[in-house]
Design a protein around this ligand. Structure first.
Ligand SMILES: O=c1nc[nH]c2c1ncn2[C@H]1C[C@H](O)[C@@H](COP(=O)(O)OP(=O)(O)OP(=O)(O)O)O1
Ligand SMILES: [Mg+2]
Length: 203
């Protein structure tokens, strides 16, 4: 039996402002006070697992334990077929620099690698998202979503976050960064995982 969320406060276990804004928008229809891991000054846990679900569970359980509240974590990434599924669970790592994350650098690396191997069009890729809802008693629920598309160059758009300027979802001319948050949430990996979570734990 799926455990329902029956509280009024939910801590979103992320340090990524773009994700937090999307999740807050997705939670708007529900009577939920959204708090963030940053509001509690929680440290960013090391993501030592090799799957999205494994890393999402680490983040969700750490926040649930530290706050005594139900926690929602998101672990996500971009899988590019011509790169054997890379960057995958290492999507955030490709943006890492000593001064913080640099997504222009990360996107430039993605394109350089595709050019090196002369990856033919369409450069098929998908974003994946795993959401984990964790209770302070250690119980959790896992929900997954994906959106198929392709990597495109040059970067286009100034909305969204992360790799959005080079991801064009299947059936659309725009990149995610050319869509507003509402339009992206309608179809995104995160939006899709969220719909499953709502059906199971909020509806
Ligand atoms: O909708 C998206 N649009 C563009 N890029 C995205 C998206 N969703 C995930 N991504 C990228 C950003 C990040 O580099 C990586 C996730 O890494 P991931 O560890 O799950 O997130 P994060 O470290 O940014 O924040 P946190 O772990 O605190 O939730 O994939
Ligand atoms: Mg992370």
């Amino acid at each position: 039996m799926t455990r329902r969320f029956d509280g009024d406060r939910l801590v979103v276990a992320t340090h990524n402002r773009g994700k937090l804004e999307e999740i807050a928008k997705l939670l708007e229809p529900f009577a939920v006070t959204v708090l963030s891991a940053a509001d509690f000054g929680l440290p960013e846990p090391a993501e030592t697992e090799t799957t999205f679900a494994g890393n999402a569970r680490i983040k969700a359980h750490a926040a649930a334990k530290a706050t005594g509240l139900v926690a929602l974590a998101d672990d996500s990434g971009l899988e590019i077929d011509a790169l054997g599924g890379a960057p995958g669970v290492y999507t955030a790592d490709w943006a890492e620099t000593p001064e913080g994350r640099d997504f222009v650098m990360a996107m430039t690396r993605v394109w350089a690698e595709l050019e090196t191997i002369s990856a033919p069009e369409p450069r098929r890729a998908r974003f994946r998202c795993t959401l984990v809802l964790a209770w302070p008693d250690g119980h959790d629920e896992v929900f997954e979503g994906a959106i198929e598309g392709r990597v495109t160059w040059p970067m286009r758009g100034d909305q969204g976050h992360g790799y959005d300027p080079i991801f064009q979802p299947e059936g659309y001319e725009q990149t995610f960064a050319e869509m507003d948050r509402w339009q992206k949430n309608e179809m995104s990996h995160r939006g899709r995982a969220f719909q499953k979570m709502v059906a199971a734990a909020f509806a």
